[in-house]
Design a protein around this ligand. Structure first.
Ligand code: FE
Length: 137
């Protein structure tokens, strides 16, 4: 897969994503807890960006957070995600975006398990899943 950035017009994104994917990835929406495809998904494999296909998270780093959203303690590689301060809704949070297409994935918090102590709280709608395993870097 090409590593080049994906830069599409909003119109093109609307054509290539479902309305719900568009809402999450492009409008920074949030799916309701315990409703997504992956919060309780336990297969071994790789979670990729639903927007551009970039590999984002390895199932080995997924854990049960009780939040109702798929949760990971690390991304496959730091280069795969962009972190951005998010001060919306009167909260101070860190937004997680796909580094390749800029799609909104979720937020990261510092109350996760070891070895990182991080909790990447990600919307199922912004992910796809492949049973092919990707090497952790
Ligand atoms: Fe992406």
């Amino acid at each position: 897969m090409s590593k080049e950035k994906v830069d599409k017009s909003e119109e093109d994104w609307r054509k290539s994503l479902t309305p719900m994917q568009y809402h999450i990835l492009r409008d920074k929406g949030t799916e309701r807890a315990f409703t997504g495809r992956y919060w309780n998904h336990k297969e071994d494999g790789t979670y990729t960006c639903a927007g551009c296909g970039q590999e984002l998270f390895n199932s080995d780093t997924k854990f049960e957070s009780g939040s109702g959203w798929p949760s990971f303690w690390e991304s496959i590689d730091k280069s795969k995600v962009m972190l951005k301060d998010d001060l919306s809704y009167g909260m101070r949070r860190i937004e997680v975006l796909c580094s390749r297409c800029g799609g909104h994935l979720g937020h990261v918090f510092d109350d996760g398990p070891q070895p990182t102590g991080m909790r990447y709280c990600i919307n199922s709608e912004s992910l796809d899943f492949s049973t092919e395993k990707c090497e952790l870097k």
